[in-house]
Design a protein around this ligand. Structure first.
Ligand code: UD2
Ligand code: MN
Length: 576
């Protein structure tokens, strides 16, 4: 099947996310009333300092404010305090047109101040936290390809406005061969006037975000590198919690909580603080609920740093020397994808720590589809990057990836000998160690008896998810030997699973459904009797039996009866 690249999404919002309605007024930024509509906004005066409004700035603000030229302006610009922007009905066509440029509501973004205010979305206890008085300096590295003016510069302004100036060494923008005029000299002129040293580097040709970040990192003069995407907004106090963890242990790679800036309204929406990063069999990065054991390790303190198995990839701080020590990035990876898991596994397996600092919150515009080209093909590039990742880091578990997603076998990883040598040189631990110690909840099970197709002895058909989703019946069909929907793992926890779905039966003689694995036995516990070839459901004591009517093709639970229709063969016969 075709591979659709999945972008990290805001799925976790459905969980227990709550909108913050805290209307506390921030002391700084953004009542400037500037107008972005006609292009770049005017530069703030030098008097603008972080952490409070300087006198010169205050007078400018007040003057503009009291002039209140129109009713609309006196109500403030759209989006202030992170509120959603409403587009007037007569502008909807223009809005749709502009959406295509970046796959977010560019019209809304252009209406919002580059300095827009946000509410302080941190957990209350974060506001009184004390950080070491001596924190390292950091340089911000932001790479972009064809980014919009207002999102890029709002990212920059949010860094300037909400970072202690003494900690901020410089802001490095890396233009990855953009094809937009305003990102040329106009951008250079603009950033030259910013109150924090900011400059633009350019890749010679399109090189992808990984190599663009490597270029940016080379120019970092701060002690810590902080990477951001080009459509972020940093909130009050975002930086200190990141740097403080690195002071504690320089081998810590720290991420903020990534909040959501709506791609539709640019509303700032807080994300759950109880999710961490994981991944599925296809190696898509996903947010999952933090398990109890990690909550307990943190003494149930929601403001304490959270150890996460993986990171989303775009937003994190890392000690500059450690960044190189641990192998920076895999230069063989192109455009987009894979590097976030690669770094996550590498950091954990080679002696580092990967954390989310919940008191650090940065908004990011999550998009539903990618706005830019992938020269060479989206699928090919992502598969290539993932092939490099699995060949170097996944050990035996790479079979989960390849068998579940057979198209990936065609991709070539290229030469990974340097990365393997790195793993050797750093004496990194095994992927088994990672699963055992960092991520026992992983969808790739630590211990399993079998991975492959499950064939019925009588009908010669194979269990098949049929591409169905949660809570639907498991099917069976002609064994194609290609893996994918016909690959199941039989785990030591006695689950029969396919990615995040487990065979689940709620009652005797009933259907067998695919339900999200809960790792708690119960309706999802099956015993395979290698002699009788039974798959016996523990709770009901019944056996899995081939579909009764051929057309229905849904296996059922029936009393065990030694018939051939209840015999299942676990012997992989793949065609690769
Ligand atoms: C997520 C990460 C992103 C990266 C990616 C996997 C977050 C919030 N974002 O995807 O940082 O780890 O997963 O690779 O965690 N860019 C270039 N050159 C390119 C392509 C992209 O410079 O050829 C820039 C792009 O303009 C943006 C950044 O790289 O500033 C990340 O790209 P994205 O925003 O499309 O990635 P995203 O957020 O979907
Ligand atoms: Mn992004």
């Amino acid at each position: 099947g075709e591979y659709d690249v999945e972008l990290p999404n805001a799925e976790r919002l459905a969980d227990d996310n709550q909108l913050v309605n805290d209307n506390e007024i921030n002391t700084e930024k953004s009542l400037d009333g500037e107008d972005n509509g006609g292009g770049p906004a005017p530069i703030m005066g030098q008097g603008f300092v972080s952490g409070g409004i300087s006198m010169t700035y205050r007078s400018v603000v007040l003057k503009k404010w009291f002039q209140a030229p129109t009713v609309r302006e006196s109500r403030g610009k759209p989006g202030e305090m992170g509120k959603p922007v409403k587009i007037p009905a007569d502008m909807k066509d223009l809005m749709k047109e502009k959406f295509k440029e970046n796959q977010f509501n560019l019209l809304a973004s252009d209406m919002i101040s580059l300095n827009r205010s946000l509410t302080d979305v941190r957990h209350e206890n974060c506001r009184h936290k004390h950080y070491p008085s001596k924190l390292p300096t950091t340089s911000i590295v932001i790479v972009f390809h064809n980014e919009a003016w207002t999102t890029l510069l709002r990212t920059v302004w949010s860094v300037i406005n909400r970072s202690p100036r003494s900690l901020l060494k410089e802001i490095i923008l890396v233009d990855d061969a953009s094809e937009r005029d305003f990102l040329g000299k106009q951008l250079e002129d603009y950033v030259a006037k910013l109150p924090v040293r900011t400059f633009v580097l350019r890749t010679e040709k399109r090189s992808g975000l990984i190599r663009a970040r490597l270029l940016g990192a080379e120019h970092v003069t701060g002690e810590v590198i902080t990477f951001l995407d080009a459509h972020c907004e940093c909130t009050e106090g975002w930086l200190e919690p990141l740097l403080a963890r690195i002071v504690q242990n320089r081998r810590t790679v720290v991420c903020p909580i990534i909040d959501v800036i709506s791609d539709d309204t640019f509303e700032y929406i807080t994300a759950s603080d109880s999710t961490w990063g994981g991944f599925n069999w296809k190696l898509n990065f996903r947010w999952y609920r933090v398990p109890q054991r990690e909550m307990a390790r943190r003494n149930n303190d929601r403001t304490a740093p959270l150890r996460t198995p993986t990171m989303a990839g775009g937003l994190f701080s890392i000690d500059k020397e450690y960044f190189y020590e641990i192998g920076s990035y895999d230069e063989g990876m192109d455009i987009w994808g894979g590097e976030n898991l690669e770094m996550s596994f590498r950091v954990w397996m080679c002696g580092g720590l990967l954390e989310i600092a919940p008191c650090s919150r940065v908004g990011h515009v999550f998009r539903k589809s990618t706005p830019y080209t992938f020269p060479g093909g989206t699928t090919e590039i992502v598969n290539h990057n993932n092939a490099r990742l699995v060949e170097v880091w996944l050990d035996d578990w790479k079979e989960f990836y390849y068998s579940f997603y057979p198209g990936a076998r065609k991709a070539s990883a290229g030469d990974v000998s340097d990365r393997k040598a790195l793993r050797e040189r750093l004496q990194c631990k095994s992927f088994r160690w990672y699963l055992e110690n960092v991520y026992p909840e992983s969808l790739m099970p630590l211990d399993y008896y079998y991975l492959g197709e499950i064939r019925n002895a009588e009908t010669e058909t194979c269990l098949d998810t049929m591409g169905r989703k949660y809570n639907e019946k498991v099917g069976s069909s002609y064994c194609h030997g290609l893996g994918g929907n016909q690959v199941f793992a039989y785990t030591k926890r006695q689950q029969i699973m396919s990615d995040d779905l487990c065979l689940d039966a709620a009652s005797s003689n009933g259907p067998v459904n695919m339900v999200r694995c809960h790792n708690m036995g119960g309706n999802q516990e099956w015993v395979y009797d290698a002699e009788e070839k039974w798959i016996r459901h523990t709770n009901t004591g019944q056996c899995l039996q081939r579909a009764t009517r051929d057309d229905a093709s849904t296996p059922l639970l029936r009393p065990c009866n030694y018939s051939k229709g209840q015999q299942w063969l676990m012997e992989s016969k793949f065609k690769w």
